[in-house]
Design a protein around this ligand. Structure first.
Ligand code: FDA
Length: 294
């Protein structure tokens, strides 16, 4: 079994909250369709004049300006890095994040609460600067193994690390032989983040891209279609892959999505006469089951 990377190779906390990196926004646009109720932004920072290094799967900290209700500086929030370690520019001079504006509506009063940091990030303009910290994260890292089969399951902005993985695999590395399976879930097609890029990987590089749009599609039971239903549809193939020691599964996105996926896998295992608990323990012990939900 190959461990993805050694801890020494993974950069960590190069910039700390006491001395953050001031990075300038060089690109900023909305990823969701203009008529989607969800606002998700693609933000590219120039990090060329810094010591920042990061690898695929890590997150960056953002210190939003201003103070909380107690007069203390706002705490940092984490965002998954959506660019490969070489940056979207290919020369290590940029860092990209993909941020959803967090809005909670109080059902009883109709009052809207806007998240502090996501609103700040989605309202940035090209030329503005942000205080960044990190990078952080040592577990949700892309395996350094050309024959690794990657099964990636994302909801919404959970696509960010997988955009980094796929960019590295298909734009940078030369001898990748492993399969890539990407499952992406959102409410509707209007929220299909990075659709053109992902379809290009599908058409030109053989990456499997499978979507589930819960408010537009129905599963076999006639209920909303979630990513776990798509996983079940491909269950036999995925289990054959997971039996191989070079297959790694990653889940990223909405808190709570893992439960549905676990149920889905349990169902597939039952169909195949496999003891899911034993199989799951093996995947975790071999560091082949990775989850980052928020
Ligand atoms: P804030 O912290 O201010 O509020 C949290 C929530 O509470 C919001 O939904 C807000 O609407 C609601 N709220 C505020 N006040 C309220 C009140 N009085 N009553 C009821 N509700 C209220 N996000 C993302 O968009 N892209 C990403 O790639 C990632 N990646 C990521 C990786 C990791 C490892 C973690 C731990 C987290 C992420 N996140 C993320 C989530 C991100 O860190 C952050 O949690 C969200 O952007 C929300 O932060 P805000 O500061 O905007 O909301």
């Amino acid at each position: 079994m190959t461990i993805p990377s050694t801890a020494q190779e993974i950069p960590s906390n190069i910039y700390k909250p006491g001395a953050p990196l001031e990075a300038r926004v060089i690109d900023h646009y909305r990823l969701t369709a203009p008529d989607s109720p969800n606002d998700v932004c693609h933000i590219v920072y120039d990090v060329s004049a810094s010591d920042l290094k990061y690898v695929e799967g890590q997150s960056i900290g953002v210190l939003p300006p201003g103070e909380d209700a107690n007069g203390k500086p706002h705490k940092l929030r984490l965002y998954s890095i959506a660019s490969p370690g070489v940056g979207d520019d290919g020369h290590g001079k940029t860092l990209t994040v993909c941020v959803k504006r967090a809005i909670t509506v109080d059902e009883a009063t109709g009052q809207e609460y806007h998240g502090v940091c996501s609103s700040y990030l989605c309202d940035l303009k090209v030329g503005d600067t942000s205080k960044l910290t990190g990078p952080v994260g040592k577990a949700f890292i892309m395996p350094d193994q050309p024959n690794a089969n990657l099964i990636m399951v994302a909801t919404g902005t959970g696509i960010a690390p997988f955009r980094a993985f796929l960019s590295k695999r298909y734009k940078q590395l030369q001898h990748e032989t492993g399969q890539s399976w990407l499952f992406f879930g959102a409410q509707t097609r209007k929220d299909f983040l990075y659709e053109a890029e992902l379809k290009a990987y599908q058409e030109n590089a053989g990456c499997q891209v499978i979507t589930a749009f819960s408010r537009e599609e129905k599963n076999a039971q006639g209920n909303r279609m979630y990513v776990q239903h798509r996983l079940i549809e491909h269950g036999e193939t995925l289990f054959e892959l997971l039996k191989q020691p070079e297959t790694y599964l990653y889940i990223c996105g909405l808190r709570g999505m893992e439960a549905g996926i676990l149920e889905g896998f349990q169902e597939i295992a039952q169909r195949q006469g496999i003891d899911w608990n034993v199989f799951f323990d093996t995947l975790k012990a071999e560091k082949r089951w990775h989850v980052e939900v928020y």
